[in-house]
Design a protein around this ligand. Structure first.
Ligand SMILES: Cc1cc2nc3c(=O)[nH]c(=O)nc-3n(C[C@H](O)[C@H](O)[C@H](O)COP(=O)(O)OP(=O)(O)OC[C@H]3O[C@@H](n4cnc5c(N)ncnc54)[C@H](O)[C@@H]3O)c2cc1C
Length: 390
């Protein structure tokens, strides 16, 4: 039996919607959650502040092919991007080539396709300013009025305030800040992906060239932010662009930039009526790769919310299934990635990154490639470095 939502006083005078589930954010996490709710016939809305699905673009758009294929979408994701089999990893003069299946998504077009089954439920131009959870419901205060929901799935991207306010996190996330854009006029005849661990910035930083054709690519530079670094991101980006022959004469056609939380998952991703997923929940890989984790988590959040609503048991003990399911699905790679990232950052700052990089088994998706015991070893190294640093 569904439980009734009792009328509650809210700080906003108008009620915009009263639904079983509200999804905040129509990015990869929110759209996957919405699709899962739709498949189960749940009454829901998706609230997003932006004016169009997929835009503005704030992403390098790179993903591993097997990750996106593992999501079992009802359409072929290969129609929404460019497959590549070659990658090169650079650090100063170290150059490593490897060959895995990487996929450069056309993310706006892909998200528009992802949104197709749930278009009716998406309220664009609707910014959520506050979230309050009570025993009876979740109240989402938006510019256009209050949305009252029995369950809220929070998938609103990076946020260092709300998770703490809701008691889901105890500390702020470290952020990678990134800048770049889509380029045309590149020369990448074999569609080789480039990841350049830029030397000399005194913090972990990486530059990417992810081609979508022989002449087009998504190009960017990200670095792990900390106080007093004094890095001018655009200037550094321009310097690195100038060093890459593939970009000689190329021009930027679309600017891309933003922050990526890289401290790992928040303490708790559920409460009595809330599920947190994607960047909002810190579900992001070692080098800021978050598309896959956001999608996988969003799907699980939608499924668990549907179960809770259908059975009338909207409570923490039911929603906890979400956390156990996403942890079983991908907390291993996430934690390994986090250890890897911390070790690499420590080595960069200590000026000893070269030997480490030389022996890296593979730079892309290290978390995925590392097996169980290697993961534990990484954790041990990280804790030892932590102790040494203190
Ligand atoms: C420059 C850059 C490059 C990146 N490159 C890659 C890459 O190559 N590969 C990869 O895997 N990952 C990459 N990432 C990370 C990846 O983009 C994120 O991990 C992914 O987008 C997370 O999806 P999400 O749905 O959790 O959040 P988002 O994609 O951020 O979606 C959140 C949605 O919530 C909406 N929203 C935000 N605030 C509100 C509000 N108050 N009210 C209503 N709606 C709101 C936003 O408009 C947005 O649509 C990159 C990130 C950046 C910034």
């Amino acid at each position: 039996m569904p439980e009734p939502i009792h009328a509650q006083r809210s700080s906003s005078s108008t009620t915009l919607a009263r639904v079983d589930a509200a999804v905040v954010g129509g990015g990869p996490a929110g759209l996957m959650a919405a699709r899962a709710l739709k498949a189960r016939g749940v009454d829901f809305v998706v609230l997003d502040k932006k004016a169009a699905i997929g835009w503005p673009l704030a992403c390098g758009e790179g993903i591993l092919l097997h990750e996106i294929e593992s999501l079992d979408l009802d359409f072929d994701p290969r129609a929404y991007g460019t497959l590549s089999h070659r990658q090169v990893f650079l650090y100063g003069r170290i150059r490593k080539r490897f060959s895995i299946d990487t996929f450069e998504l056309d993310r706006p077009r892909f998200e528009q396709r992802l949104a197709e089954p749930v278009l009716k439920e998406i309220l664009l131009g609707t910014r959520v300013n506050d979230v309050r959870e009570t025993r009876e419901a979740v109240f989402l205060e938006t510019d256009r009025g209050t949305v009252v929901a029995r369950v809220a799935i929070l998938a609103k991207g990076p946020d260092n305030r709300l998770p703490i306010q809701l008691g889901l996190a105890s500390k702020k996330q470290e952020m990678v800040v990134a800048y770049g854009g889509r380029y045309e006029g590149c020369r990448i005849p074999d569609l080789t992906w480039t990841i350049d661990l830029v030397e000399g910035l005194d913090t972990l930083s990486y530059f990417w060239i992810f081609p979508s054709s022989e002449t087009r690519a998504n190009v960017g530079l990200g670095y792990l932010n900390r106080p007093n670094l004094g890095i001018n991101l655009r200037e550094e980006f321009a310097k690195v662009v100038a060093r890459h022959a593939a970009l000689a004469g190329a021009r930027m056609t679309l600017e891309v930039g933003g922050s990526i939380p890289v401290s790992g998952a928040i303490d708790r991703t559920y409460s009595d009526r809330i599920l947190a997923c994607g960047d909002f929940a810190g579900q992001v890989g070692a080098l800021g790769d978050g598309i896959y984790y956001a999608m996988a988590a969003g799907k699980l959040a939608g499924e668990v919310a549907s179960d809770a609503i259908e059975t009338g048991r909207v409570q923490a003990s039911t929603l906890a299934a979400y956390e156990s399911r996403w942890k079983a699905a991908f907390s291993g790679p996430l934690e390994a990635g986090l250890s890897f990232r911390r070790i690499l950052d420590w080595a960069v700052r200590a000026g000893i990154a070269r030997p480490l990089v030389r022996f890296l088994p593979a730079p892309l998706g290290p978390a995925i490639l590392f097996g169980g015991h290697l993961r534990r070893t990484l954790g041990l190294i990280e804790r030892t470095l932590d102790r040494l640093a203190r």
